[in-house]
Design a protein around this ligand. Structure first.
Ligand code: AMP
Length: 441
């Protein structure tokens, strides 16, 4: 047998392998169980209110043809020019992780002949979107959106209904928000307006940032979204699209505002709100949180009318539509900022404690009997000491602890402990659910 000392030396000389720990991709995040409480609450409210207004859920694929978004969102937008997670797959198809879902809804509407259903077809979706944007607070490369879409009606009441629903959802979640709203009319008047806008900003060409100089030729409307220094002052005297609106767009906009007044939706007119995407026309809006986040708060959501999109993608001519999308991460952020309290959905009433192997085995059944009776019960099967288990029961606010040891298993009994008084009684294990039920009443 080799001497012990020598063996130890060999062990020391072997260098420890450095294992590289896998990491999240930049701009991607895990939604941790602590945050899930917010998500579950948001999803519950969204699902209920969408159902109340007869919007049905559509589940769309995450991967789509790249051309779908190039044609709909439009070249010259940041999403298309810079932010697409686009690649060629094994079958040589150019595909993309969807950057948004309105285009997918429009594709689905056409592909499934939804034009033959009663109009408007009202749908909602929720799921992850992908944009290769510069990550920062509240801006991720994978983020979740919830959206409402009503395809097949040109009535202004549909625009209002979607905005009203957004308000109701956010109000129910305990958030204070303001809606910014504008009308960008028809593509025809927008072209005239864009010429005027370019003429105006050209006077100040030297003062513009490089990006804004490019916008002058590529996408002039985006000049109005510019956050570059000095732009706020320049915008003050810039031409406003409302002055270019055709009669039909003007009348449509007035009606939308009337309906919003009727339902007391808090809104502000923002003559410079244009939204970045090509497919919008007439009503456009954005939702901003009002409390604690100041002027530069990230938008919670936005949307508008897209009367040209279905036709643009090859659907029936003149099919109108209206929709909106909200970012779930942004709602969660606003709920945290505004210190919204979440309703406690599952308060533990009973805590099951076990001592010894037989008690663990029998305990599985006891636990399940409570669970199937709908009594909120918790356990710590992984723990051995009674003290530790009772501490957990206390921490979780259980009113009753059940204690099962070797002796109780043999006798067919179980101990019920009142967590407040500390009083205990031994009962027949076959009757324990009924007895505890009465105690909890
Ligand atoms: P959009 O489709 O750009 O109008 O975005 C609608 C909403 O989605 C925004 O108001 C945000 O709440 C959310 N959103 C958009 N981009 C991001 C992002 N990169 N990270 C997180 N949320 C986002």
């Amino acid at each position: 047998m080799p001497p012990k000392k020598a063996a130890k030396k060999v062990e020391e000389e072997v260098p420890k392998k450095k294992i590289k720990v896998p990491q999240l991709l930049r701009g991607f995040r895990d939604i941790m169980p602590e945050e899930e409480l917010y998500w579950a609450r948001i999803e519950e409210v969204i699902t209920r209110i969408a159902q109340d207004y007869s919007f049905n859920r559509i589940r769309l694929p995450i991967l789509e043809q790249t051309s779908l978004f190039e044609r709909s969102v439009g070249k010259g937008t940041d999403i298309i020019d810079k932010e697409m997670f686009s690649f060629v797959d094994q079958s040589n198809n150019k595909v993309v992780l969807r950057p948004e879902a309105t285009a997918s809804v429009a594709r689905a509407y056409i592909e499934h002949g939804m034009i033959d259903r009663p109009q408007p077809v009202k749908m909602w979706y929720e799921g992850p979107m992908f944009r290769h944007d510069r990550p920062q607070a509240g801006r991720y490369r994978q983020f979740w959106q919830f959206g409402l879409e009503a395809v097949g009606s040109k009535e202004p009441i549909i625009d209002a209904q979607i905005i009203i629903m957004c308000h109701q959802i956010l109000k129910e979640l305990g958030l204070e928000v303001v809606f910014q709203i504008n009308s960008i009319g028809t593509p025809e008047i927008r072209r005239e307006y864009e010429m005027e806008l370019v003429a105006y900003f050209k006077q100040f060409r030297k003062q513009l940032s490089d990006i804004d100089k490019k916008r002058l030729t590529k996408n002039p409307l985006r000049l109005l979204d510019s956050k570059a220094e000095g732009m706020d002052e320049l915008k003050i005297d810039a031409p406003q699209i409302v002055d270019w609106l055709d009669d039909n767009s003007k009348e449509h906009f007035m009606k939308v505002l009337e309906y919003l007044d009727e339902m007391e939706v808090p809104y502000e007119l923002n003559p410079f709100l244009v939204r970045g995407l090509d497919y919008y026309n007439k009503t456009v809006f954005e939702i901003l949180p009002t409390k604690f986040e100041g002027k530069n708060a990230n938008a919670i959501g936005g949307g508008g009318r897209y009367d040209g999109l279905i036709e643009l993608l090859g659907g029936r001519e003149g099919t109108p539509a209206m929709g909106m999308a909200m970012g779930i991460e942004r709602i969660v952020l606003a709920m945290k900022h505004q210190e919204v309290e979440l309703p406690n959905t599952r308060q533990v009433q009973v805590f099951f404690c076990q001592l010894g192997d037989a008690a663990r085995r029998t305990g599985l059944r006891v636990f399940d009997n409570f669970r199937t009776q709908g009594i909120p019960i918790a356990e710590a099967f992984g723990k051995g000491s009674l003290k530790a288990q009772l501490e957990l029961a206390d921490k979780q606010g259980a009113r009753v602890a059940l204690i099962l040891g070797q002796k109780e298993v043999l006798d067919g009994t179980i101990i019920i402990r009142d967590m407040e008084s500390g009083g205990q009684e031994i009962v027949d294990s076959a009757k324990v659910v009924e007895i505890v039920k009465k105690m909890l009443k």
